[in-house]
Design a protein around this ligand. Structure first.
Ligand SMILES: NC(=O)C1=CN([C@@H]2O[C@H](COP(=O)(O)OP(=O)(O)OC[C@H]3O[C@@H](n4cnc5c(N)ncnc54)[C@H](OP(=O)(O)O)[C@@H]3O)[C@@H](O)[C@H]2O)C=CC1
Ligand SMILES: O=C1OC[C@@H](O)[C@H](O)[C@H]1O
Length: 397
């Protein structure tokens, strides 16, 4: 029910703002590489309510697919369709690109885009493996352009609230993080990029939020690069069509940091649920939740991937048993005063990206929410270790 109310509010909010919005005189001009399914929700919709951003081009391997999205989403004649990603990158009127390509192509096209002088908002997971993540980080440093992994959950005020409860020190250090991300039946069908090794598929890859949640909530950003990840167990459920694909995976690993307790992490992810009673598809089964165990309290963050559509932050103090529940849709400890209750994680993410690019171009320091390149690299190296433990090949080989 909460989901339906929140979805209705989002739809209403977007349509009202779209009707009244006057774009800035000079906007950031974005191109999109790939006519991907996620484009509307993760990028086109947020741009429609952002005064400082416009979409000026979409490229697909076939021009008609790019034109199809331009028409379906009424992006207008000023938005150009291209039949190759390289042609779009050669357009000097494009300032930045959003890359929603299959994971196996993230590194190649991000490096090309950065070298063509574009800032990049890159879909998750960052790359196929940690070595590629380092290549992207080096390219961003070399070109002086912004590259950001689109971990949209990290830009929502509810996530900032959870992180600040953990980092307040009030409840001691985190000692364990347990994450669950289960997709319902019907989301990932046969032929989906998520079930193909050659383009960087797999449950650990697609549901990489799980590893992002463990590293982000279990470790301070300044401690993360020096921390050590030790994977104790990684148990895949192998896909029947591709023996290198984990269609579901559970892991058990430890984050070790100097001078702090080790953080025991458990993840449970599934792209394709097993049918109920062996034959009833589990259409109802959608779960994204994190539980952080601190020395003196337990913090649960239910609905952490898409908090706009319903979430709960529950803190239970261990000694007294006192329980508090909170929901945070706007503002929060990182943004200060910002947002609307219907802003999606993607809208908050775009807000941050445009602000960071503006700061970079004017030589100022950006102070808002961010996912650093070192962190993206750490998550990819965790995924590499998980695949090694599971007896599966690293992606991108
Ligand atoms: N942030 C979020 O909430 C979400 C993020 N994602 C991420 O976005 C990315 C895209 O996912 P999704 O939209 O579901 O994927 P789609 O399969 O819908 O889109 C992938 C795009 O890549 C292009 N492409 C280029 N080469 C290939 C190839 N060899 N095989 C298949 N496609 C190819 C496709 O063609 P063309 O150029 O012809 O258009 C297509 O537009 C992934 O990295 C995924 O992890 C996905 C869903 C949600
Ligand atoms: O948010 C998400 O949920 C479903 C996944 O398949 C998708 O890739 C992911 O980003």
């Amino acid at each position: 029910m909460a989901f339906l109310v929140n979805a209705y509010n989002w739809w209403q909010g977007v349509n009202q703002v779209k009707a009244e919005l006057k774009k800035d005189e000079k906007t950031f001009r974005f191109g999109i590489l790939g006519a991907a399914r996620i484009n509307y929700m993760a990028f086109i919709d947020p741009v429609q309510t952002h005064p400082g951003a416009t979409i000026v081009a979409i490229a697909a391997r076939e021009k008609k697919r790019a034109q199809g999205q331009i028409d379906s989403y009424s992006l207008g004649t000023e938005c150009k369709a291209y039949g190759s990603y390289a042609e779009l990158l050669a357009n000097p009127d494009v300032d930045a690109v959003y890359i929603p390509l299959p994971n196996g192509l993230h590194c190649e096209w991000t490096v090309k885009a950065l070298e063509a002088g574009k800032h990049v908002l890159l879909e998750k997971p960052f790359t196929s493996n940690a070595e590629q993540a380092r290549q992207v980080r080096d390219a961003a440093e070399r070109t002086g352009k912004v590259a950001l992994e689109a971990y949209h959950w990290r830009f929502h005020p509810a996530t900032h609230t959870v992180k600040s409860i953990i980092e307040s020190g009030k409840y001691g250090y985190p000692t364990a993080v347990s994450v669950s991300m289960i997709l319902p039946a019907g989301i990932v069908g046969k032929g989906d990029i998520r079930l193909k090794y050659d383009v960087g598929g797999g449950s650990a890859m697609d549901l990489s939020y799980q590893f992002s949640a463990c590293t982000h909530l279990g470790c301070r950003p300044s401690d993360l690069p020096k921390s050590t990840i030790r994977v104790l167990e990684a148990v895949p459920r192998i896909n029947a069509q591709d023996s290198k694909i984990d269609e579901a995976l559970t892991t058990n690993f430890v984050i070790e940091q100097e001078g702090k307790p080790a953080v025991k992490c458990r993840t449970q992810g599934s792209l394709v649920p097993l049918p109920f009673l062996g034959f009833i598809p589990r259409f109802w089964n959608f779960q994204t939740s994190v539980e952080v165990e601190l020395e003196k309290a337990k913090v649960e963050y239910q609905g952490f991937v898409l908090p706009t559509f319903g979430h709960k932050i529950i803190v239970t103090e261990k000694e007294s048993g006192k329980k508090t529940t909170e929901k945070v849709y706007v503002d929060g400890p990182v943004w200060g005063k910002r947002g609307q209750p219907w802003w999606t994680t993607y809208r908050y993410q775009l807000e941050a990206f445009v602000e960071a690019v503006r700061a970079k171009e004017s030589g100022e320091k950006y102070k808002g929410p961010w996912v650093g390149l070192d962190e993206s690299e750490k998550v990819m190296s965790t995924i590499d270790l998980v695949y090694e433990k599971a007896g599966l090949p690293r992606r991108g080989l």
